[in-house]
Design a protein around this ligand. Sequence first.
Ligand code: AMP
Length: 565
Amino acid sequence: MEEEMLQFHEMGIDDRLLKAIADLGWAQPTLIQEKAIPLALEGKDILARARTGSGKTAAYAVPVIQHILASKQSVREQDVRAVILVPTKELGQQVHAMLDQLTRYCARDVRVVDISGKADISAQRPILMEKPDVVVGTPSRVLIHLTAQNLALQSLEVLVVDEADLLFSFGFEADVKNLLCHLPKIYQSFLMSATLSTEVQSLKEMILHNPVILKLEGSQLPASCQLQQYSIQCEEEDKFLLVYTLLKLRLVRGKTLLFVDSIERCYRLKLFLEQVGVPACVLNSELPIHSRCHIISQFNQGFYDYIIASDEHTLSAPKTPLPAGGSKTEKGGKKQPKIKGTKDKEYGVSRGVDFQNVSNVINFDFPKSVDSYIHRVGRTARANNQGTALSFISATEMPTHDDVKKSLVQENGECMLNPYEFKMEQIEGFRYRCRDAMRSVTKQGVKEARLREIKQELLNSEKLKTYFEDNPRDLQLLRHDKDLYPAVVKPHMKNIPDYLVPEVLRGKIDPLSEKRRRRSRVLGLAKPTFKKSNRANNPLKSFRSSGQGGKAHKPKPKGKAKPST
Ligand code: AMP
């Protein structure tokens, strides 16, 4: 017989918290919440392995808030009672936002401060001197304040280490260890991690006492019925040709994250898309934190369809050098243009950050490790939503692809990552246009665009910081997907003449030009869609070959699209 699921109101949670949970529209706890919250409320230390998007933030946030509310009933003195360590500023902001939502009805009793995002350490001193109940921060930032005596943790009651595996891969190991020396002997701890690496195990020894270990997910990614994963082998020029086809013919629908492996590639792809009239934002470690958070927040509100994100940590990690030859832009071992001192060590987009309602993840460049693949692909199909992940793989990326495939073999022997069998010859007609667009994106153009955007975003960032604190409704005024215009954009490149559209797709796609789509959106005629995609109507899932001998593919009529053999 199936066990009845424990509901939030049966967990002994304060009414103010229950009200906030109801406001969030959460009908019932997720699996991790159902298991972790009651144990945490009993005072147990917890080590939880949970995949991203499983609701793990609230799994520790609810007990932390409950703990503080309970403790306030007996202890009068104001002090910092909980610290939440996060690997990135983006995640810090997100955790803070979640805590704000959950403490909506008890904000006076539970004051939360995020010190991960704001750059100015001296400006944070007076905030910390007021001894907020909860401090969210990156280990390095928390340590700086501890050392400067802006923060004292002698009354700490709860320590949370979120995305613990990432803290190590971001090089925070020493900071975490130093930080532990400033903590009292007894406190409750939560260690949340997507993977239980050996480093996480060692941290477990240091901070957890007799913990309950929750390994809730067999797989770190949702099942194939929720997340479809495909890969396609294609070399550099074909990657651009394919992305052109997918976006211009709208074979990819809904909000899409395109991952590349360097900042230079970010701008190369952005400028290429600019040439063919597809607006997209870029997200990378060079942009100021306020701009990055603003881009994510606007993306979540539905302002943009496409974000091109660079996943630089995996690339720059000394243990995982680029394979020889890399991509064509890095051919000949030439170094990428260096823009001094602007990279942010505490940047991270493929992991932990809650991009909402992402329908597709496209790995334009294949990630450099299995972990990185899982984190990137985990940006889609979150909570109960559907999602698709499509990876482009060049010959040099094949070995990592094979590792990923091996790690995605299920107990029944089936692999969750399947070939996306796409007849490249059907889109040959677009090649000339693509080459034309690629030619316009010169090395110098990329360099200029990169500088121009940092300059622009730095200006925006300062304006943003002060202005949007006072005028949160005006957030939409500042878009991040405007053209960067380093090269002349030829008007004819923005539209696709009918004769170039592969026969199989004529009548199936909506070749509305970007300009018209944008205009109709501005006029309120068309809204960005967040609807769960209907697979039968989704051309991405039907424009695949099914026959042998190179025959043109017929669109699948209805139902579940299976990869063809
Ligand atoms: P997380 O894994 O904490 O990043 O959460 C992923 C997403 O799930 C966030 O957008 C949360 O708002 C959402 N979420 C968390 N708990 C629940 C719940 N019990 N029911 C529905 N959505 C939830």
